[in-house]
Design a protein around this ligand. Structure first.
Ligand SMILES: [Zn+2]
Length: 98
């Protein structure tokens, strides 16, 4: 329903699906699935009246190897975001547990 009156900030944490509990601190690295508690700001995106601030789980190896500077990897994440999260008026309560 498109009933958002106020601008809303929504923080999204993106991670690879693993057997780990979805509410835990530790989640799979978005690029290699390695369990990690590290998150990194990715970008913000406005969809309708909602401001999404996107954080990704990225393990220290992927950070060290600067994998996020690889355009191919960014494209994978962007595609994923468009597909699952950044759809206007999909829901009032975006939930990271699909
Ligand atoms: Zn990784």
């Amino acid at each position: 329903m498109c009933t958002h009156k106020k601008k809303k900030d929504i923080e999204l944490q993106i991670y690879e699906e693993t057997d780990l509990p979805t509410k835990g601190w530790i989640q799979g690295c978005i690029l290699c699935k390695m369990p990690t508690s590290k998150t990194q700001y990715y970008k913000s995106k406005k969809v309708g009246d909602l401001d999404y601030h996107i954080f990704i789980h990225l393990c220290k190896d992927c950070v060290n190897y600067k994998k996020m500077e690889n355009l191919h990897n960014r494209k994978i994440i962007d595609t994923y975001l468009e597909k699952y999260y950044l759809i206007p008026c999909r829901s009032n309560t975006p939930d990271t547990s699909l």
